[in-house]
Design a protein around this ligand. Structure first.
Ligand SMILES: Cc1cc2nc3c(=O)[nH]c(=O)nc-3n(C[C@H](O)[C@H](O)[C@H](O)COP(=O)(O)OP(=O)(O)OC[C@H]3O[C@@H](n4cnc5c(N)ncnc54)[C@H](O)[C@@H]3O)c2cc1C
Length: 209
């Protein structure tokens, strides 16, 4: 699994402050490093829409279609995903969950099934079936890549839902990587999430939104 930041709104916290100060016409109070306190004041009041002025785009690769299907449920994002119509999947790579990898019988069963899926896909192609139809035999484990853009309010929401211990492991792993990157660029907006030494996310302050 690989998570790369492709783009983030430059000086995003400053932009959010500039937009937010329009509410109060308090531009005269804007200066160097004033954005942190200003953003904290906004989020404490539940004035989250101001976070929508800044965006971040990530490329996520080496993840399963099971993962991407969960991600695309987030309706306020924009997505571009590797196509199973235009890309030949006859030699697909796949994600094997640790509980399967660490159980020798389960691992053998899983690997056999992946090989069988590859054989069936290629056989369908040989029979003249197009990729768009041959793909119906592909498993959820098939690796994919996806580019996703969202505003920072939506990223906050996604991280809140998907970093929780109740979320599925693969999406949790991805959003924790996204959170680490976002914390480096827009620390104030994501400061209510802490990542502990076990790579678990703890939410300190009720943020809502
Ligand atoms: C632990 C877990 C288990 C899940 N299990 C299942 C499952 O079994 N089956 C299943 O189908 N899904 C499941 N989901 C997916 C879940 O139901 C949501 O579809 C997904 O998390 C997207 O969340 P969202 O709608 O809040 O976010 P987004 O689509 O990212 O939207 C962000 C926010 O915008 C607002 N919003 C967006 N669209 C609308 C709208 N049309 N009307 C009103 N408000 C809107 C809402 O406030 C929403 O929270 C699960 C999710 C989690 C985290």
């Amino acid at each position: 699994m690989k998570v790369e930041l492709l783009f983030i709104t430059p000086d995003a916290e400053k932009l959010i402050e500039t937009a937010g100060r329009t509410s109060y016409l308090s531009f005269n109070r804007q200066g160097e490093n004033t954005e942190k306190e200003f953003i904290r004041m906004l989020t404490k009041r539940g004035h989250y829409s101001v976070l929508e002025h800044a965006y971040a785009t990530f490329r996520i690769s080496g993840v399963s279609r099971a993962f991407t299907h969960q991600l695309v449920r987030h309706r306020l994002c924009s997505f571009t995903q590797q196509s199973q119509r235009y890309v030949d999947e006859s030699n697909f790579n796949y994600v094997e969950p640790d509980p399967i990898k660490n159980n020798s019988k389960a691992h053998i069963l899983f690997t056999k099934f992946m090989e069988e899926a590859k054989r069936s896909y290629s056989e369908l192609q040989r029979l003249g079936i197009k990729n768009e139809d041959a793909r119906f035999v592909l498993p959820n484990a098939v690796k994919s890549q996806i580019v996703v853009t969202a505003n920072l309010r939506e990223w906050h929401h996604i991280i809140e839902l998907r970093s929780s211990p109740t979320a599925q492991w693969e999406i949790r792993k991805v959003v924790i990587e996204i959170l680490k990157i976002l914390k480096g660029h827009v620390p104030t907006i994501f400061e209510d999430f802490e990542i502990d030494e076990k790579n678990s996310v703890i939410k300190k302050i009720k943020h809502g939104g």
